[in-house]
Design a protein around this ligand. Structure first.
Ligand code: PLP
Length: 477
């Protein structure tokens, strides 16, 4: 009792909750008692309880969710049995890259917008009307400027607006160090080409966004896959692989990873930034979903931690504002000049009109309001669809509890259950992403990914699709 008394009250409370989470007395996804209830139970102030909860947030154990309080963070280990079983692939396994991408393309481009396969934010989720209004207003004052070339690095106003936005996430970067690109994938491609050459090995955490496999394939890079274990990065395996001479870089998302929706803890992000500096090698951070973390708290990217400029930051507005504008950016750290020169010598500059529109939108109060609303919609959908899956899919199915974003990653009990379900569902006009496309090796056949980027008015239709998927999965189980 004496020892406990010596601890500050917030730590005592945090440790009690931590213990309950470890013992599964409070389960992943479960809501924690309100600040008021805990304050009353422990006879402490609301601020003390808030500090306790924030401490648990910093440990990656719980997340704060807008208007919902705090919940136990994504999956507590062991969540993905197959992650545990998966061995770390140190080989240059490019086995099914072409095949995976061909599959993806074959149905993605044919599917309707309400497909469960892709994360193309439905137009109803994007502030299209506001952007159109800005456009007509700008035509009067900037009409001519909008149809001429902009600066090769991008419109200054847009770069400043991005710099201000990143500062809200404690990532401080001058506008001069931002290169505007044609979307996030373009930023990643520029980064990869500036730090490595065909034949080089690049670390990728799997399951991964299938676009990485496609780009690696196009550019001739060899993926070295490190499976995420119990939704966490295996730092030991990461360092062991990262320090190898053949490995020239790593690419990863630390906030809302696609396809699992997981986010790294503060400690993990700090450690990766440190490793980049220690081995003087680039970590390419894809932060495209970084603004869509369900938490109220500021979620920092790896690039915001000390890294001696070895972290290259890539992102875009494709998931938050307007995928069709194709506006992204790259903050290249040590390689920034090389990246900017490469861009200027080929594409020279990005669409001026889109840059003007987005710069104006980002400088308005509508932008943070829109983000808050989008996060709330996605959080609601993610809970709704996840609950349906858990209710209707065969026993033994596991669904990741995402920390943000647009997707749910589903692991079926059968070893090739995901691939079977994907094929069977297509026959019924239902499109999902097969887990197999999320690796260059024949892994993740048991998994599928479903998207939450649908039109709100089609929710009933989506729910029917989920139940149909469950039925098909149960039949073939
Ligand atoms: C993780 C990730 N990175 C990059 C992209 C591509 O972004 P953009 O459309 O801005 O090129 C996507 C698209 O889904 C993605 O999921």
């Amino acid at each position: 009792m004496d020892a406990v008394k010596k601890q500050p009250s917030y730590l005592v409370i945090a440790n009690v909750i931590k213990d309950k989470i470890a013992k599964k007395e409070i389960k992943p996804g479960q809501k924690l008692p309100s600040l008021r209830t805990v304050a009353k139970n422990y006879s402490v102030s609301l601020n003390t309880v808030k500090s306790a909860y924030e401490h648990l947030v910093s440990l990656g154990l719980i997340i704060g969710v807008e208007r919902s309080g705090y919940i136990v963070d994504a999956m507590q280990p062991p969540f993905f049995a197959w992650f545990e079983k998966a061995s770390i692939s140190q080989k240059n396994d490019r086995i099914s890259a072409e095949k995976a991408w061909a599959w993806y393309r074959s149905y993605v481009y044919e599917a309707e917008q309400d497909t469960l396969a892709v994360i193309w934010p439905h137009p109803s989720l994007m502030p299209n009307k506001a952007l159109a209004n800005i456009h007509s207003g700008l035509l009067k004052s900037y009409g001519e400027k909008m149809s001429t070339y902009s600066h090769p690095s991008g419109l200054k106003g847009l770069r400043e607006a991005i710099s201000n936005h990143l500062a809200t996430r404690h990532f401080y970067c001058n506008a001069e160090n931002i290169q505007i690109t044609y979307g996030c994938m373009h930023a990643i491609e520029l980064a990869l080409l500036s730090v490595a050459k065909a034949g080089d090995e690049i670390i990728v955490l799997t399951p991964c966004f299938p676009g990485y496999i496609a780009v690696f394939n196009n550019l001739g890079f060899k993926p070295v896959e490190i499976p995420l274990i119990s939704q966490k990065i295996n730092l030991e395996a990461f360092e062991k692989t990262f320090k190898k001479t053949e490995v020239k870089a790593a690419i990863l998302s630390s906030v809302v990873h696609n396809p699992t929706g997981l986010s790294f803890s503060e400690e993990e992000k700090k450690a990766i930034a440190k490793l980049a500096a220690k081995y003087e090698k680039p970590v390419i951070e894809d932060d495209i979903f970084g603004d869509l973390h369900f938490s109220e708290a500021t979620v920092k990217p790896i690039a915001s931690y000390p890294n001696d400029d070895y972290v290259i930051y890539c992102s875009s507005f494709s998931k938050t504002l307007a995928p069709g504008e194709r506006i992204g950016w790259c903050i290249g750290g040590m390689w920034h000049k090389k990246i900017a020169d490469r861009f200027a010598s080929s594409l020279f500059t990005v669409n001026s009109r889109s840059q003007y529109i987005l710069a104006h939108y980002l400088s308005s109060s509508a932008w943070p309001r829109h983000l808050r609303k989008l996060r709330a919609v996605l959080f609601k959908r993610s809970n709704l669809i996840r609950k349906l899956i858990l209710e209707y899919f065969p026993q033994g199915t596991q669904v990741c509890l995402p920390s943000g974003g647009y997707v749910l990653w589903i692991e079926l009990p059968e070893s090739n259950g995901g691939s079977k379900l994907w094929k069977e569902a297509m026959k019924h006009g239902i499109y999902v992403l097969p887990g197999l496309t999320c690796s260059a090796t024949p892994s993740y056949k048991n998994a599928i990914r479903v998207s939450l980027s649908y039109d709100e008015s089609k929710e009933a239709h989506i729910k029917t699709h989920i139940k149909k998927l469950a039925h098909l999965a149960t039949q073939s189980n």
